[in-house]
Write a protein that binds this ligand. Structure first.
Ligand code: 0X9
Ligand code: ZN
Length: 307
């Protein structure tokens, strides 16, 4: 079953997702969005109370986690959101007017590798044709201004963008998920760590989208909710990702926004007590998950009100 007191293995995470689908068939739909290079299923769970009773379709919130496999806290947040939505019946109102599609682990091969072999692995585990080193940075492999900045054509670097956009089965899986729900998708959250940032596009360069003000003010509301709930002093910086961090093209947030999901954020979750950085200790999982959930509910309210 699900636990938030230790980091679950990929198989345990997916067993939980499958069990939710089996035990709550009225509100959940299991989606096989793709398979990793090594053949692991990449799963998403849709949560919905069913068809809209009005002519207006319900807005959908898309969430993923684990694109960077060493950022172990990220899948725990996605699983915690699933847990709260599906198993905590007091949250049933959260899927009355809004649908959710949540993919908790986008890079299962890499995740397994960090569990068993190399804790600080970031990329996937496919060797590109003619490449020297294993793995593509999935967050440089998406097809919007691919390779424009902050990405490398050297396979031995952690920011290797792959031989072409969407060369990797894991980035294609996310593309599938987004395309399947594009009509109603209104918000995209992708969970990473670390640093306590709520980053919005564009990330390929310091360029502000038309709705930057909206992205900033909604991000501020979520950040305030997290700060109020935090027992560890979490304080998020809400900003354009290229301005606050660095320009990096080919990330999932930019591509998802480019295809029409106007509200897109990369959430950089807190790090552990120094010197853990992305190697956050398991005893902090629940703390981070709980405060992040408060932010997610703010995003939900906004989507519910606006659409
Ligand atoms: O560099 C990244 O991929 C993300 N940071 S991380 O430390 N998790 O690796 C930030 C991505 C921000 N979004 C864009 N640059 N589009
Ligand atoms: Zn990351």
């Amino acid at each position: 079953d699900v636990t938030f007191s230790s980091f679950m293995l990929y198989n345990e995470q997916m067993a939980y997702v499958r069990r939710l689908a089996t035990d709550y068939p009225d509100i959940t739909t299991l989606e096989l969005i793709g398979q990793s290079y090594e053949g692991r299923d990449i799963l998403a769970l849709k949560i919905s109370s069913g068809e809209s009773e009005t002519a207006v379709a319900k807005p959908t919130i898309l969430i993923d986690a684990g694109i960077h496999c060493r950022e172990w806290i990220a899948p725990t947040v996605a699983l915690y959101i699933l847990y709260q939505l599906v198993q905590n019946s007091s949250n049933a109102a959260l899927y009355q007017n809004v649908d959710w599609v949540i993919a908790p682990n986008m890079n299962p091969d890499g995740y397994e590798y960090t569990q068993r072999t190399n804790r600080i692995w970031r990329k996937n585990r496919r060797l590109s044709d003619g490449a020297t080193c294993y793995g593509t940075d999935l967050n440089r492999n998406f097809g919007y201004f691919w390779m424009h900045a902050g990405a490398s054509n050297n396979s031995c670097l952690n920011t290797y963008a792959g031989p072409e956009a969407f060369s990797e089965p894991e980035s294609r899986a996310l593309r599938n998920m987004v395309q399947n729900h594009l009509e109603n998708a209104r918000l995209y959250l992708t969970f990473h760590s670390y640093g306590e940032y709520l980053l919005y596009p564009w990330g390929y360069a310091v360029v502000y989208p038309d709705n930057a003000e909206e992205l900033q003010s909604l991000g501020n509301l979520a950040a305030e909710a997290i700060a109020s709930a935090s027992t560890i002093g979490s304080s998020y910086l809400v900003a354009n990702s290229a301005a606050a961090l660095y320009a990096a093209a080919g990330a999932s947030d930019d591509w998802v926004k480019s295809v029409g999901v106007e509200l897109a954020y990369t959430v950089e979750l807190p790090d552990g007590d120094s010197p853990y950085a992305f190697m956050i200790p398991a005893r902090q999982i629940l703390t981070v998950d709980r405060e992040t959930w408060e932010g997610v509910k703010v995003f939900h309210s906004y989507i519910e009100e606006k659409f």
